[in-house]
Every structure is written in C-alpha cells, then in structure tokens.
Design a protein around this ligand. Sequence first.
Ligand SMILES: C[S@@+](CC[C@H](N)C(=O)[O-])C[C@H]1O[C@@H](n2cnc3c(N)ncnc32)[C@H](O)[C@@H]1O
Length: 503
Amino acid sequence: MRTAAEVSSERLRGGYYTPPALAHACLDRLAELHAGDGLGAVLEPSCGDGAFLRAIHEHPSHATSVRAVEVDPTEAAVAHASAAALPIPCDVTAGSALATLLDEPGCFDTVVGNPPYVRYQFLSDADRRDVDRVGELVGEPLRRVGNLWLPVLLVALHRLRRGGAFCVVLPAELLTGVSAAAVRRWLTREASDLRIDLFGVGSFPEVLQEVVLLSGRRVASTGPVSVTLVEHRDDRPASWTHEVTPDAANWTDLLLTGEERRAWLAAQSVEGVVALGELATFTVSTITGANAWFCVDDATIAAYGLEHWARPLLPRLRHVPGTVADHAVWDAFRAEGGAAWILDFSAGRDDPTAHCGARRYLATGVDQGIADRYKCRTRAPWYRVPIVEPGTLLMGKRSHHAPRVVHNAAGLVTTDTVYRGQLRDPSVDPHELVRAFGSDLTLLGCEVMGRSFGGGVLELVPSEIAAVPVATAAASSAPELLELAPALASARDRLRTRRLERG
Ligand SMILES: C[S@@+](CC[C@H](N)C(=O)[O-])C[C@H]1O[C@@H](n2cnc3c(N)ncnc32)[C@H](O)[C@@H]1O
C-alpha cells in the first residue's frame, strides 16, 4: 500500500472534478425530485473549484441559497469567485466537511455533489476522529470506514430536511463495498424515490471511469424500499426497479433485470440448494511474506542443494488446465521451469544453517532484504514459514473469466493466492463439489458476493465463498431449478460482462 508521501496531492484530497454535463444531469434529476418547486437551500459538502455552483447558476431550476465546503483553501477561493456570480446568498467555507457540518446545525432542501474519494489511511487525525462522530450522529458504526466519501455523504444527508432531495456522483463501490453497507442501510431506512443511474466508461468526455449517480428524497421509511436502476448505454437508457431490505449483503444483484433477480432469489430457496459453507470450507493458505523467494524452481533447488526443504507447490490455479491438480499437471508445470516448490524450514526439519548450500540461499534472502520484510521479521527465525497443510480442494482468490474449484489430487501446497478447501464430509467425492461449483447458479453467486477492484478481476474472501449458493447432487436436476436455468445464465453473463467491461 502506498504512503501519503508517494501519492499525488490531487489524489490525497480526491480532487477530480465533475464535468459540466454531469453536473447538469444531477440538477435535472433534482428538479424532477422537487417537482417544479425549485432547489431551495442547497448544500454542496466538498465543492472543489465550484463545478456545481456554476451549474446552479446556469440551470433553470431556482435555488434560494447555497452552502458549500471545500478543504483546499485555494480551490475554496476559486469556488468563492463562482459563488459571487450567483444572484442568491452563497457561502463557501474552507475546511473539512466533517468538522464543519458536524458542528453547525443547518438544515437543507437539497444535497448535491461529488464527495472526495480518499482512503482512510490518508485522513488526518482530526478527520478520523470526526468519522467516528459522524457514525454516532447517523447511527451507523463507521470506525475505520474504508473511504472518506462515506462519512462526507452521510453527514451531508443528515443535514437534509425530511422531504428534501439529493443527487450525488459516487464510486461504483456504493453497490458492493463492505464499508458502503453503512450508506446502503441509511438509504433503506431514510430514503425514498431511490434511483441509481449507471453511465458506462466514456459517457462523459473528461471522465475515464464508470459514473454512478445516486439520487432520492429523504423520508422516514419503513419496510422494503424500491431502487430504480437506469443504465445509460448508446443513448438508449434501460431501467428496472427492485426492492431492497436493510439486511442485504450488498446491492450487486440490483444490476440484474427483474426476471434475472427473481430467478436468483427463487433458486436460493429451492430444496437442496445450500450455502457452499455447509458443504466445504475454504481458508487462506500459506502466507510467506515473499513468495518470489520462498517459492522456487528446479534450477534453484539444484543450485543451492535445497532438496531436503522443498515441498511440491502450486502457485496459481491457472497452471491447472482441467478440474484436477494431479501429479501429471504438476510435472508439466515443473518441466516448464515453473516455481513448483515451496521451501519449508520448519522446526521438525534439518537446520538449514548447518548446510552450506541452504546457508548460501538464506544469505541471498538477507541481501535482498527479505528477512526485514514485515511478515518475515516478525518470525523467529525469519525464514521459518508456518506451512498450511494441503486440503482436498483448491480455489483461486482472484479470477478473471470465472472462479474455479479444482480437486487437489496431488496434495499440493499453495500460498495465499490459492485457497485451501476441505469437504465437511470427507466421504463425499470432491468431484461432486467441483462439478456443482461450475453451475450458472454458483458462478452467479460468486459474481454477486465477490468484489471487483478493477482490471476485470473478481476477488472473493472466504466468508463470501461460504455464502455462495450451490445445488447439492439431488437438487441439481430439480425441475424448479432447470426452469430457472436460462435466467440464471443470463444473469451471470450480465454481471460478468459488466465486470470485464469496467476493466
Ligand atoms: C471529487 S472532488 C469533487 C469536487 C466538486 N464537488 C466537483 O464535483 O467538481 C472532491 C473534493 O473534495 C475535497 N475534499 C477532500 N477532503 C475533504 C473534506 N474533508 N471536506 C471537504 N472537502 C474535501 C477535495 O479537495 C475535492 O475538491
């Protein structure tokens, strides 16, 4: 992870501004939500150089006043100049939105903006303390929340009067992020007329990523809340509406159309469809702290005489072409010169320092600074990695096209890039789970439960894998499930295509 000193100041404050066309799209939506009554008193919690202030000036809907906050004093001064041109009272405060909005009680008719995308690690101590205070204020635990956009949005929404409207530009992690669950819960508790507009990459000339607009009205709602999704593609917006409940793990399945989401929900209640965690456990495997040094090929083993400490390793699932990691697969990988061994210097084995070849190899680790790396320097001795014994199944932590589970027939050790799987009932044939995992239902479950961090890569952590639905052998041919098959396949395809397109 990069430190603050290694990150540009623009990035540290999340200084990416909203293009005029997008700011106008937000105001159009707000005008619709206010149904012709004007925008009233507007709050812009992180105004940058004033993109939304200029848009308010140009837009036909009338605002009665604008209150803006911006942490960067230079940008706040530029925004102030835009504000001065407005024919209504407009106040720009240079300071953090958290402290400013926590400490003054104003109440607004409209919240608009594009909150700063700044990682928690880069926040000032004062902002960190205020994040906790925002959490208390809005009734959502925000301790060590992943990113600044969440508390800035929540503190701004908290200042919205009931009946007031909001429209904000947000990162797509609104739908999937673990920390963003605080915002999703707030919305299901306190908002109505919720709409999420999805603009694909390249929709706005200056914006290179996908854009998500969240809009709605603040109310006190009880019971299920509806969210309308509007996908803007090729000038032909498609839209659909789903109900959400506060306990939803994430909102990824809102991206499915009505029929697809109905199939996804119905499939999970078919008898014999269970959470994968009921059949098997997947856990993190060996963490070396320096895979490139601890995982070696035949040539390194021979050069340093490391045979005694070498154990067969599978570094990545992509080296397994089919569904079984057996000796033939491992031999082929080894013959290609792959790093097919992990060095196991555990206490029960010969002392490597008493062996001149192994001693030489350990010295390379010291020379390369491996011994000083975080994971290594906390061990004694630094090279004694606790090797996690192999399981009967393997699953990659990250995947591109689709996640896979394979049978670990050769008992290969893996590092933290490949999870170790164990069947809960060891008498079950591992191939049953391997086959069931490849179904559209389970692969759709992976797309819904997992997260994509860019590059089209899908990542699942063990708790997410455990929640993925899987059809037991008896259920896999149930007529109800077969009937849902086309909608499940199309749902899976939609989420995967979207993930790959987002890049
Ligand atoms: C994504 S930019 C958006 C700026 C403007 N709202 C727009 O749409 O063009 C986020 C802005 O938040 C500002 N910012 C960062 N941390 C802040 C904080 N704690 N309080 C208020 N503004 C902050 C940044 O300096 C940046 O100008």
